[in-house]
Write a protein that binds this ligand. Sequence first.
Ligand code: ADP
Length: 671
Amino acid sequence: MLDSVLIANRGEIACRIIRSARKLGMRTIAVHSEADSKALFVEMADEAHPIGKAPATESYLVVDKIIEVAKTSSAACIHPGYGFLSERAEFGEACEANGIVFVGPPASAIRAMGLKDAAKALASQAGVPIVPGYHGSRQEPDFLRQKAYEIGYPVLIKAVAGGGGKGMRRVDKAAEFEAALESAQREAASAFGDPRVLVEKYVLSPRHIEIQVFADKHGNVVHLFERDCSLQRRHQKVIEEAPAPGMTAQMRAAMGKAAVEAARAVGYVSAGTIEFIADGREGLRPDRFYFMEMNTRLQVEHPVTEAITGLDLVELQFRIAAGERLPFGQHELRMDGHAVEARLYAEDPEKGFLPSTGKLWALRFPDGEAIRIDTGVKEGDWVTPFYDPMIAKVIAHGATRDEALDKLSDALGKTAVAGPKTNLAFLKGLCDAPEFRAGRFDTGFIDANLGALGAVEQRLDAAAVAAGAARLHQRLVSEAFDVVHRTQGNLSDPWNDEDGFQLLGERRVGVPLLVNGARLETLVGFEAGEMIVHVPDFGFSTRAALDWSGDYRRLLAPDLDAELIDGDGAVFVLRHGRQTHVARFDPFAVDLEHIDEGGTVKAPMHGKLIAVFVQPGDRVAKGQRLAILEAMKMEHALVAPAAGAVVEVAVEPGAQVAEGARLIVVQPDDA
Ligand code: ADP
């Protein structure tokens, strides 16, 4: 066995790889950016070496620096994880050139599958069905529009070098083709340095079903069954499961065979995934699935395959890299039960899933039987804007699909995250959605059900506000009494007459708060040992008993099914998977992020402004696109908050902007 491994990655996957390597007795070597110097994977590894600044282009993507560390630390092999350098053929070559084993496929296989057009040609030659479309080299807009017409709308424009859904646009009619093409090409050029695209038929009612393959260096190739990753948003997977609902033995055999053939066609070695799209209009049928692409690396969702096969895929990767044979043949592989994985993200589903950064004031997972948590962060860590904002993967395994989904739903309900906003409630909603439970879904399911899943701007949770307010007020009262306590000695009942409180019925005091950054009035009253919090805007009141008998700081919180977490000088209230941030309103503090001036367009997050479409003096309509911000590897359109005239454009394209920075000011017509 290889005696040591350098992990050229970060976060949860680095932690995951370290666990398997350690089990095999390997020395583990981490490399990390400045932003990750205190990260969990750095702590876990036997050694850790800094390789540069926070942006991945200055650290995790710099081949030379990583190879240098591998040499000085005498790493026997490098595991690239997923993302970053995992699918760069040059990286594998650089490893081999320096006598370091690359834990992955040969560079030739990565190259062959690296471009979607070439991969499709290859698959097609190997007899694997592909989606009808234009996969040639011509790129003129008119020519591609003609091809789209011939293929028939709807079509999908895809970046040839694409990945992660970037540079991909669905087009429903000819009139929208040109704009979609331009934006796909721009995104592809900036993400992959290659603007080329292909155009293919948009498969209706599409199911994303992929086959895990494994090949050793001795010509043995097997598949480890399928995963269904149809629950996606913006072509990014949200929930993955194995096996696929509605899968038949006949279809599984056909897909497995096609996947193994595609892998053989490129001389594949190690773990790989063949992604297929299945036309699910009439259930899954063996003649209605098409090759999409091959991912020549470990997948984020590999744990569901591990759960149903009982195998450790990372261990297998190491064994194969060391030259061992696959320890089983196809006929020896069995599936046990059903597994589901949910990707827990730091993002705000109520605000278009904008990534949300910040300190993790609380991070707690349930530890249950058949629940696996893969994470790369711990309480007190920060979710930074530099990398993918995934907090954890929560994986559940059960005898049946329903049992697995019940366990996952339950685990998500018991997970607590305070600080960044998360998609917890959204994920739980998905697990419980009746249509999904019934197996009636395709890749459009999430988009079609955003409202029902709570991924729309929602009313403030008044109960959460009241609970947070009660806690804040309690803290204030406690502080005040701490002072009294220190100066006047012991107090048994701070509400007695001598303390100056008039308890003639309920006395109310107005207390302004900042709730999720917006001002909100609350009233607090005290009556017979109870604190009563009113949120007049919502017609909501709640009582909290004050327990002054022993520890006078104790507040018997109202029974609102809420969890309160102190942090940031405020209170995070977690209730039903949603988070409400309750802070005292300080009239002298300027809250840059949340000043609401009607017409000001601010950066919703750290990022780079890549296009500005207006200049001072322009008239704009409400909702009109004003600029595009690229952040967290995605493009976000910034739109006019109201109809009016542009009075200020504060930044130029290309500028890096901070969250909350003022970008464009529109003077609304009705102001
Ligand atoms: P990427 O490499 O950027 O992730 P893929 O080619 O893997 O792109 O496609 C990502 C997702 O887009 C798929 O899972 C599927 O949901 C959807 N998709 C891809 N091709 C098609 C198609 N021809 N018709 C409908 N949906 C598609």
